[in-house]
Design a protein around this ligand. Structure first.
Ligand code: BEZ
Length: 234
């Protein structure tokens, strides 16, 4: 078990890595990643098993919010180590039978990968044997249009994901790319962002003397600004 754990850790992709490529069967046909997703952001996420309650609540929420992700040029791809017929049966049950919160008659239109061989799950370090060696943990990979992994969030089997946080992470990454800024703790779209620290003593002094437009500095290394309202991602 120790040896297996180490092997998994060594092959887990990390932030900044190019996401591993794969070909897989899904509920929407064959997927060729990354070629089928040219120019798009991708959220690739795993769930432990079909026909389980936490996963069902998550799938309904992903499906309900799919258009919001797409508005941000982001495609969803789900994965579990179940087979294709299990996936199809589960998605049919969700649509036909399950009412959860304000959701019912929910059709999952994004692809759900079958990964009985754990080929894709292993490439992405989704099997974490000390949590479960037969099920994927709840992993979320944010992959940018250059196929770079930009953020990774892992949840254990027992904990359903926070979808407002997934959306916030996506928008924060896209905002950071667009404006070369960073985002502070608990940042929400529309709030002030953090400008990169000054590259010289002169710029530090200018900022502290209020000579840079629209910048609010708490100290020379900690300055924030508003983004143009009309261009704000939300
Ligand atoms: C669930 O999705 O409900 C679940 C899956 C695996 C283990 C525990 C809960």
């Amino acid at each position: 078990m120790e040896e297996l754990t180490n092997t998994m850790e060594n092959t887990m992709p990390r932030i900044g890595d190019t996401a591993p490529s794969f070909v897989a069967q899904s509920t929407q046909g064959e997927i060729n990643f990354p070629d089928d997703f040219d120019g798009k952001w991708v959220i690739l996420f795993s769930h432990p098993a079909d026909f389980t309650p936490v996963c069902t609540s998550e799938f309904m929420t992903f499906a309900k919010r799919q258009k919001e992700f797409e508005k941000h040029n982001c495609q969803l791809i789900g994965l579990s180590v179940d087979g294709l017929y299990s996936h199809i049966a589960w998605l049919r049950t969700i649509k036909e039978k399950i009412k959860f919160r304000d959701m019912e008659n929910i059709e999952v239109k994004f692809p759900l990968i079958e990964d009985i061989t754990m080929n894709v799950a292993n490439k992405f370090g989704m099997i974490q044997p000390n949590e479960s060696d037969t099920k994927a943990v709840r992993a979320v990979f944010f992959i940018d249009p250059n196929v770079k992994i930009r953020a990774i969030i892992y949840y254990p089997l027992s904990l359903g994901r926070n979808f407002n946080e997934l959306m916030r992470v996506l928008i924060a990454l896209q905002t950071a790319d667009k404006y070369q800024i960073a985002t502070p703790a608990d940042w929400q779209p529309g709030e002030k962002v953090i400008v990169p620290p000054p590259g010289s003593c002169g710029v530090a002094t200018d900022r502290m003397e209020g000579k840079e437009n629209n910048m609010e500095c708490l100290d020379w290394f900690f300055c924030m600004k508003e983004l143009p309202k009309e261009e704000m991602l939300d």
